[in-house]
Design a protein around this ligand. Structure first.
Ligand SMILES: CC(C)(COP(=O)(O)OP(=O)(O)OC[C@H]1O[C@@H](n2cnc3c(N)ncnc32)[C@H](O)[C@@H]1OP(=O)(O)O)[C@@H](O)C(=O)NCCC(=O)NCCS
Length: 189
């Protein structure tokens, strides 16, 4: 499990007034992880922020999705925990093996923190861990894209040095209306 701040108070994370925050690279689910991840996803989708789904899918669909994430060879999963409970995650996707020209880059996808756990640094620590994995893999560039309405995420990524290089005016369709989307990249040092 990753150490998340210099003031780490013990194994498995950092304890603050709002609970113990930790991040972890997951290659399998244990205990209540899969259930907690599905709960966190459902709440995030209901709240309306990101993740692609506009309304929560059936539980079995969610479980299949999260089980599938661990099976994709080009994908890595990082979860954030609050007091041990999975409260958010993000994924790092690499380009397919045939795409040698773009093997230098990866994409951050599906970053989210469930509403009750926001504002405690979990999102930032998850993305830092994704960057750490990317560096270990030798990646030089990270890419991501976001809906214009995802203001907290825009604040998070811009504060972490991601540069906006383009805007797509018809990026997503939500409730029958086009929502613009922004494209970002970060050069990893
Ligand atoms: C974006 C998100 C992951 C941030 O998670 P979080 O755990 O609350 O974020 P953190 O507590 O780590 O905050 C990190 C930084 O994000 C930015 N941020 C967080 N919430 C913000 C808000 N409501 N408005 C503006 N900036 C915000 C700030 O720069 C903050 O740094 P600071 O605490 O030093 O001010 C979370 O709000 C979320 O899941 N949003 C909906 C889903 C989404 O938009 N996902 C991204 C698309 S892939």
């Amino acid at each position: 499990m990753a150490t998340v701040t210099p003031s780490d108070t013990g194994p498995g994370g950092v304890t603050g007034p709002a609970g113990r925050v930790s991040v972890q690279r997951l290659t399998q689910y244990s205990g209540t992880d899969l259930d907690d991840l599905c709960d966190a996803t459902e709440r995030a989708v209901v709240e309306g922020g990101g993740f692609g789904w506009l309304k929560p899918p059936a539980r079995q669909v969610l479980e299949n999705y999260w089980n599938g994430v661990l099976l994709v060879p080009e994908r890595r999963l990082v979860v954030g925990r609050l007091d041990g409970v999975v409260a958010g995650s993000a994924q790092l996707s690499r380009t397919p093996r045939n795409n040698e020209a773009q093997a230098l880059s990866g994409t951050v996808t599906s970053a989210f923190v469930t509403p009750w756990a926001r504002g405690r640094g979990i999102g930032r620590h998850i993305v830092e861990e994704i960057e750490c994995i990317a560096r270990e893999l030798g990646l030089l560039v990270l890419n991501l894209d976001l809906r214009d309405t995802q203001r907290a995420a825009i604040g998070l990524y811009e504060s972490m040095g991601y540069a906006r290089w383009g805007t797509h005016p018809q990026y997503a369709l939500v409730d029958g209306r086009f929502v613009p989307g922004h494209y970002y990249y970060k050069r990893l040092e």
